[in-house]
Design a protein around this ligand. Structure first.
Ligand SMILES: [Fe+2]
Ligand SMILES: [Fe+2]
Length: 263
């Protein structure tokens, strides 16, 4: 079924997190490994507006349905960052503007030039670039949803689970938009299928890998996907990618999880 962007825009809301019992983390704190994952996830949710900066200089900005979605998407992801920051703060881990500024400034000059390079390449490609963007978004939202589900399962902490369930419900709508757009755009153009397949094979990396140090992406991969159940979840994401037109057999997530896990 096609995604109804108008209904989505009318129903976006900040994820609820003020009502949760953060004192429960004093009695039963999360594991150090889980907190390291949450730090990563919080930093990446907070980075959404920077990803948006990079995407608005591409042909995606010309499609009003895409820009309506992106406006709302960035809003919801902002609140995911705020919600995860509350859990980190309950464990005494620094959050807030000072930390976010440090993450962004730490990326250096290459990050500042990213919109220039992206704009040049994407505009030379033209409208089929949007298929790459939408497919990339679908894969990243599938990965994010799976990551939150796995973290909730591993920690089995009632407050964390409640919060992550609420976040995951919103991630499910992000998945629905990106995947329906990707499916449609890939189905409609052989060039888009070839281009997307090439771009994913050549450049795709796990969510946040371009922003976080490699050791942190490695920890995330080991912690969430390192055992038999994790490998099964990675395979399930790859199978979802396989079902997109022209993208069968890439094995992106399994390959990335094993290469980053040994880093
Ligand atoms: Fe999110
Ligand atoms: Fe999302």
């Amino acid at each position: 079924m096609a995604f109804d962007t108008d209904t989505y825009a009318r129903t976006v809301s900040p994820v609820g997190f003020d009502d949760l019992d953060y004192a429960s983390f004093t009695e039963r704190p999360l594991s150090a490994g889980a907190l390291r994952c949450l730090r990563y996830m919080c930093d990446i949710e907070n980075h959404t507006v920077c990803y948006l900066r990079d995407l608005l200089v591409t042909p995606s900005h010309a499609d009003p349905e895409v820009t309506t979605f992106l406006t709302m998407w960035a809003y919801e992801e902002y609140w995911h960052g705020e919600a995860l920051a509350r859990v980190l703060a309950a464990h005494g881990i620094p959050t807030g503007d000072g930390h976010i500024r440090q993450v962004r400034e730490g990326l250096g000059w290459r990050d500042r030039l990213t919109p220039v390079g992206t704009s040049l390449i994407a505009n030379l490609i033209g409208a089929d670039f949007v298929a790459v963007h939408m497919t990339w978004g679908a894969i990243n939202e599938w990965s994010t949803h799976a990551g939150y589900a796995r973290l909730a399962e591993l920690e089995d902490h009632p407050v964390l689970t409640r919060l992550l369930d609420r976040i995951m419900r919103q991630e499910t709508r992000h998945v629905a938009f990106y995947a329906s757009q990707a499916r449609e755009r890939l189905r409609g153009s052989a060039h888009a299928r070839r281009l997307t397949r090439f771009a994913l094979r050549r450049f795709w990396a796990p969510v946040g890998a371009g922003v976080m140090p490699r050791a942190e992406t490695g920890h995330l991969m080991r912690f969430l996907l390192g055992d038999a159940r994790g490998r099964m979840l990675a395979t399930q994401i790859d199978e979802k990618i396989d079902r997109l037109p022209g993208l069968a057999g890439l094995g992106l997530v399994r390959r990335a999880s094993s290469s980053y896990a040994v880093a």
